[in-house]
Design a protein around this ligand. Structure first.
Ligand code: NDP
Length: 462
């Protein structure tokens, strides 16, 4: 029987849970452990939260309110029935309707979605908006499927999911493998089942209710956050200009990190996909990248057909513990592909090569051990939970626009995004200082996010 879990006994209790549960949950425990250990300074100094035992806040926070798992059967282009598994993890709605993306990727399982849903609770709290935390998805792989197959899968997925969502209940968005195309098909099916044209999904194409700037929001937000953090820490202006940046991923987040870095006068020199790493030391050709990854949906290797002097390293040619992209000398590293893509080996390489900052675009891209090394080093560290909150913030703006039947301009959304990311950065920095861990943005983000959710949970009772 598990002891009541607190920030003080988190390590031992999580170790016991790990022994009892399946390997799928490893990433969930990794995320939980990081958060709970971060909360120690808060629990030591603040009476309200020290009474955790009475309110069972942590127990309630680490247990999803509801996990929905369902069969998704759909017809492929050969008229054969295909079967996948769909999920929605509705984690916590103390602050507002459940909110969080859908991921379509063969690696998806309940453990990954619990980790992402748990992270989402605190991330959403940091935005200051009235939104709870959730995540969902399927082990369906959109890669290699025709447009019609993707449409039929999305329709079958929504046939079940529509029972559990609604603009005041749960508002999903995109994530890996789910972009505007998939959100469009999901929305169409929801509308046809319920007859309701309502803001039940965010990340919709802008011509039927989507917010302008939602595609750019996460990537731009990461750069706005990083710029503010460097300004606060180094007291210098224009901290991004002239920097050499490495970026991993070549999807929604990575492409828009690259775009904003270029706007601000930095030189992003890399990106990666599941086939390998691309290094173009003159600075990546963003137009070509968008054509290859968003329109043609092909491997990054194709880039070298146009730019013969760029280097492509296939995944198979690189040792397992490390990743080619983190070996490239840089000033700032932006991991923007997936979880645990930056290991101890990679962190040590970044330090050796004089990197000054790691800014996380993907969710939990650094392993626990890599995070510890980064925190102990001289590098500045922008953790995902705070740095990549721009996507969900603009999703929140999309909910407001839909509810009010309004459409904001690109400039208005961009200004509000920038303001939100800078406010999150200042809040995280000040919280870290208040609890005696100045400069530690990981602890600052976890404490600031937790306080907002915990206050609501205590006030709402059980
Ligand atoms: P996309 O599907 O648009 O792109 C993901 C990119 O990462 C692709 O280039 C993909 O390669 C690569 N990738 C994915 N999984 C793996 C893997 N297991 N190994 C190697 N490469 C991989 O996703 P997003 O850009 O939307 O999401 C990236 C990260 O950012 C995720 O961690 C997501 O949770 C997080 N995030 C996304 C937000 C958003 O608004 N989209 C908001 C906040 C966080 P390939 O092209 O070969 O498939």
């Amino acid at each position: 029987m598990m002891q009541r879990i607190t920030a003080v006994n988190a390590k031992e209790e999580i170790a016991k849970l790990k022994n009892e549960q399946c390997a799928e949950d490893d990433v969930f425990f990794q995320a939980m452990e990081e958060v709970l250990l971060s909360l120690l300074p808060l629990f030591k100094s603040d009476e309200v939260y020290a009474k955790n035992a009475k309110n069972a806040i942590i127990q309630r926070l680490i247990t999803p309110n509801r996990v929905i798992k369902f069969q998704v059967s759909w017809l492929n282009d050969k008229n054969e029935i295909q079967v996948n598994t769909g999920y929605r993890v509705q984690f916590n709605n103390a602050l507002g309707p459940y909110k969080g993306g859908l991921r379509f990727h063969p690696s998806v399982n309940e453990g990954i979605l619990k980790f992402l849903g748990f992270e989402q609770i605190l991330k959403n709290a940091l935005t200051g908006l009235p939104i709870g935390g959730a995540k969902g998805g399927s082990d369906f792989d959109p890669k290699g499927k025709s447009d019609f197959e993707v449409m039929k899968f999305c329709a079958a997925f929504m046939k079940e999911l529509h029972n559990y969502i609604g603009p005041r209940i749960d508002v999903p968005a995109g994530d890996i493998g789910v972009g505007a195309r998939e959100i469009g098909y999901l929305f169409g099916q929801y509308k046809s089942i319920t007859s309701a044209f309502e803001g039940v999904l965010t990340g919709k194409p802008h011509f039927f209710g989507g917010s302008l700037m939602r595609p750019e929001a996460t990537g731009y937000g990461v750069v706005y956050f990083t710029r503010k953090m460097l300004e606060l820490e180094t007291k210098e202006d224009e901290c991004i200009k002239g920097k050499i940046c490495t970026v991993s991923g070549a999807g929604n987040v990575a492409l828009h990190v690259i775009e904003k870095l270029q706007h601000l006068g930095a030189t992003p020199v890399s990106c990666t996909d599941s086939s390998g790493t691309l290094y173009d030391k003159r600075g990546v050709d963003l137009e070509l990248l968008k054509e290859l990854k968003l329109n043609k949906r092909v491997s990054l290797k194709e880039y070298t057909k146009v730019h013969a002097d760029a280097e492509f390293t296939p995944v198979a040619d690189y040792p397992e513990e490390g990743h080619a992209v983190w070996e490239i000398p840089c000033d700032i590293a932006f991991p923007c592909a997936t979880q645990n893509e930056l290991t101890v080996v990679d962190a040590k390489k970044l330090i050796k090569n004089g990197c000054m900052c790691v800014a996380e675009g993907a969710n939990m891209p650094s392993t626990s051990e890599a995070s510890s090394i980064i925190l102990k080093s001289d590098m500045y560290y922008a953790p995902a939970k705070a740095a990549n909150a721009g996507g969900v913030a603009v999703s929140g703006f999309e909910m407001s626009q839909n509810a009010a039947m309004q459409k904001w301009t690109f400039e208005k959304v961009d200004a509000k995004l920038k303001e939100t990311m800078e406010n999150i950065c200042i809040n995280v920095s000040e919280t870290a200082k208040e609890y005696g861990v100045e400069g530690n943005y990981v602890d600052g983000a976890n404490i600031a996010g937790f306080k907002r959710v915990a206050d609501a949970m205590i006030a709402e009772g059980i």
